[in-house]
Design a protein around this ligand. Structure first.
Ligand code: FE
Length: 306
């Protein structure tokens, strides 16, 4: 069948079959996607068994709540970021902290504090290295932003996120820190480790067939927001990770790999009230002012809330 015949058929099934008012945007998108799918079936000569195996795959991935992970692993989430970057560049926005993917593991409702928070509940102190991370949230003119919100979340040493991993305490490794009068934020935590897709899950199953690993370098997620400014969704990576530039989710970016300093001076340990050397990361965030010239950075997606 040629593509024009497919377009005619799909229009018949989706558009002409409507006998009541349709949502025009949904109709437009479904018509396009169904047309593209049928063309792929035709061009690649997919067998019915292959098509049904694809449907079974998507059903299983959905039932396991892995479609968000799959979107990251196939590059779809990165693609949306590239488009958002292009739109900001067209609007003349430059010099802000680079965005990178949110991933599927944010949970709303984390405890909020001003200036500083401790993220970890202490349960991994015997295995992990203490991390202090701190910095300033700036506006695009370089002025510190007091009252900005830094939402931070990361995995534990087993690569699991609280809430999704019910063995962890509530909101372990998740906090919201409001910058102080100097625009400063800081937190204490444990240096995270990288992690991979669930080895028996749908995402890894497909990655195996594609000859790809499902590993992420160690990273820390952030939402940074302030009134009158564009919300930033980003992550920093822990320098030195073997997967630093080989992230299965394509989220590593220049500008998001701050140096990790090891601090061992007794006076500094005392000041931080720790009794072993610790890792320290300085990282500032730069937000753009709200503008109508670029699409809203606010992304609606299904998110957990606790
Ligand atoms: Fe993550």
């Amino acid at each position: 069948m040629n593509h024009a015949d497919i377009d005619t058929l799909v229009k018949n099934w989706i558009v002409d079959a409507a006998d009541r008012p349709a949502n025009p945007r949904v109709q437009q998108v479904v018509t396009r996607l169904m047309g593209d799918l049928c063309k792929a079936i035709e061009d690649l000569d997919l067998s019915p068994s292959e098509v049904w195996s694809g449907i079974a795959y998507m059903s299983a991935a959905g039932a396991a709540n892995e479609l968000g992970l799959l979107a990251a692993g196939l590059g779809l989430e990165r693609f949306l970021d590239i488009r958002a970057d292009e739109a900001e560049a067209r609007a003349g926005l430059a010099g802000g902290t680079p965005r990178t993917i949110e991933g599927p593991l944010y949970v709303a409702g984390a405890p909020e504090s001003v200036g500083f928070a401790r993220l970890d509940d202490g349960s991994e102190l015997d295995r992990g290295e203490v991390l202090f991370m701190q910095g300033t949230v700036f506006d695009q003119e370089g002025k510190p932003l007091a009252g900005a919100k830094v939402e931070v979340w990361h995995a534990n040493l087993l690569g699991n996120y609280s809430f999704f991993d019910q063995t962890q305490s509530d909101f372990n490794l998740r906090r919201t820190i409001v910058t102080d009068e100097n625009g400063r934020y800081g937190f204490r935590s444990i240096v995270p480790k990288g992690y991979g897709c669930p080895p028996d899950g749908s995402t890894q199953q497909l990655l195996d067939l594609l000859g790809r690993h499902g590993q992420r370098p160690a990273h820390i997620h952030f939402f940074v927001s302030a009134p009158g400014h564009r919300k930033l969704t980003t992550q920093i990576n822990i320098d030195g990770d073997e997967y630093l530039w080989d992230d299965f989710a394509f989220a590593s970016r220049e500008g998001l790999v701050p140096p990790v300093t090891r601090i061992a001076e007794p006076a500094e340990l005392d000041a931080k009230r720790v009794n072993a050397p610790f890792a320290s990361i300085d990282f500032d965030f730069r937000l753009y002012r709200d503008t109508a010239a670029a699409p809203s950075p606010l992304v609606e997606r299904a998110r957990a809330a606790a």
